[in-house]
Design a protein around this ligand. Structure first.
Ligand code: ATP
Length: 238
């Protein structure tokens, strides 16, 4: 039986009076890759930010491992084993690569285990070990994305949220990012990835959701969604 990690029901998020998400239902299980695709402005980043506690939901329920986290602010959401790789990476350019990674381990349990986790992150991304004492701002775009993922892994998440991980990267770097995502999922972590690169996300995901104007307009196995008329029309432009 699948082990439900994240469950969202009837989610309603607004900016002032403008509804950005409504009636959104979504689930991510342990060791599952779920992608959310949709045209610009569909609400993908809003969804990630609502789960991460950055935007407060107006209605509905977000639960993680069976615990209601709907009303929790961001700094409390991480205690529920959720880590975020934000859009644009948001690394700290004037801090070293190692110090950026250590920021991810600020939850007490993660801090105690940081040596072992750091070893795992360095094994996955050897460049981050080679460049540990360099300023993060001197890394290439692809390396910065690795750093953002490594920093999130330092929190020892059970659920990893990735917002547009391929944005601005050369195709070969995107391959590396997606290889890393597959390795992370193989360790049992659930992954929710929001992507502009729809084909790429659908290719690695188990299940997918198509957002359109703030609502889920289609969902199902990623392979089925790839062939659906809605996805082909609204996000693939076919
Ligand atoms: P993109 O791919 O362009 O990033 P998206 O699918 O991530 O798009 P969101 O950024 O979540 O979409 O935006 C969803 C809707 O909410 C859009 O209509 C957007 O204009 C609106 N919106 C986003 N952020 C704000 C904000 N801070 N204030 C007001 N409206 C916002």
């Amino acid at each position: 039986m699948s082990d439900v990690l994240l469950e969202i029901e009837d989610l309603d998020v607004r900016y002032g009076d403008a509804r950005a998400l409504w009636d959104v239902a979504l689930r991510v299980d342990t060791g599952e890759t779920v992608c959310v695709v949709g045209p610009n402005g569909a609400g993908k980043s809003t969804l990630v930010n609502a789960i991460a506690g950055i935007h407060r939901a107006r209605g509905g329920r977000i639960s993680m491992g069976g615990t209601d986290i709907t009303a929790l602010p961001g700094h409390k959401v991480c205690a529920h084993h959720i880590a975020v790789v934000p859009e644009g990476r948001r690394i700290f350019p004037r801090m070293t690569v190692l110090d950026n990674l250590m920021l991810g381990a600020y939850r007490a349990g993660a801090r105690r285990a940081h040596r072992a986790t750091l070893g795992t992150v360095h094994e996955m991304f050897p460049r981050l070990a080679e460049r540990a004492s360099q300023l993060a701002g001197n890394l290439s775009g692809g390396e910065q994305q690795m750093l953002a993922i490594g920093r999130a892994l330092m929190a020892q998440p059970k659920l990893l949220l990735l917002d547009e991980p391929s944005l601005g990267l050369a195709p070969v770097r995107v391959d590396e990012v997606y290889d890393a995502i597959e390795q992370i999922v193989a360790t049992g972590v659930g992954v929710l990835v929001v992507e502009q690169d729809v084909e790429r996300a659908l290719a690695i995901a188990d299940r997918a959701y198509l957002l359109g104007e703030g609502r889920v307009v289609a969902s199902g196995p990623a392979a089925e969604l790839r062939d659906s008329a809605e996805v082909r029309r609204s996000v693939l432009g076919l």
